[in-house]
Design a protein around this ligand. Sequence first.
Ligand code: UDP
Ligand code: MG
Length: 322
Amino acid sequence: MGLAKTLYLIIPCYNEEEVLPETSRRLTEKLNALIGAGKISDRSRMVFVDDGSKDRTWEMIEELHRTNPLIDGIKMSRNRGHQNALYGGMMTAKAHCDFAISLDADLQDDIDVLDQFIDRFYEGYEIVYGVRSSRKKDSFFKRFTAQSFYKIMRLFGVEIVYNHADYRLMSRRAMDELEKFGEVNLFLRGVVPLIGLKSCTVTYERQKRFAGKSKYPLTKMLAFATDGITSFSIKPIRLITSLGLLIFFVSIAMLIYFLIVYFLGKTVSGWASTVISIWAIGGLQMMAIGVIGEYIGKIYLETKNRPKFIVEKYLRTQEEEN
Ligand code: UDP
Ligand code: MG
């Protein structure tokens, strides 16, 4: 096959029985076109990673693997979330490919830009970030929460690519480097930019989910955002320190004020101000302890160093050695 490199598409799936038939059909078509055009080697394929689905997702992947040589499957031992499934899939399959592209099972990421990703790779880029050109097709709510997310991340000094989700190309080398980051709290959008290497972006328009429901309800999104911030920034803790300092100075000013009032012989009547300050300080302290607790919890998880994923099965079509 000569110079064409081997591409693996890594696709995490959680309860995706509704989209799998259509997704695999469209991707097979796309891969065949790319192979036919000589852009990628005929060893290229897609890898569906089942993240402990509760529906028939894994049975469907097994069936697809049996009937379609372009399809491999990895079964995770249980549900560990999108980031872990994606990471686990890449780490399990990377030895067999030259580069990999991660995308969602619902094909919200436009697969026609795969060509551009691949071109960038041949130009020597090790990491290519897919960036959404607009969010017109998202609901108002999703758009609002997502944009706030990026703004807050920036505010706290986390370096992430704006409007980039997990549609991303990584060379084998970039994946090997990613493996060196030992952290258990995985937030790929924050970690990948830390790898460095030659990288660029490709823009695309995000589609609507064509079937099934989003697996990211608000609670999961909030947890994901908190995780992102606390994994990459200690600014919240610094903020608390500054706030404490500020309140300390204010209280000194108050002290001076009350001393003056006292020596002037005017009685202080302030019951209200006393009670209010007790509540205000109490609330602030609790919040501060909560934020610090968040970090301690993180340290706790990191020190235990539990595995990020456990592969139960790996179905791989063996290619003939030439
Ligand atoms: N996903 C996963 N594990 C989970 C939740 C989601 O592997 O615990 C996968 C899901 O199957 C999909 C991708 O992550 O391929 C993105 O999920 P979804 O489309 O529901 O998120 P949204 O596009 O609404 O942000
Ligand atoms: Mg989706």
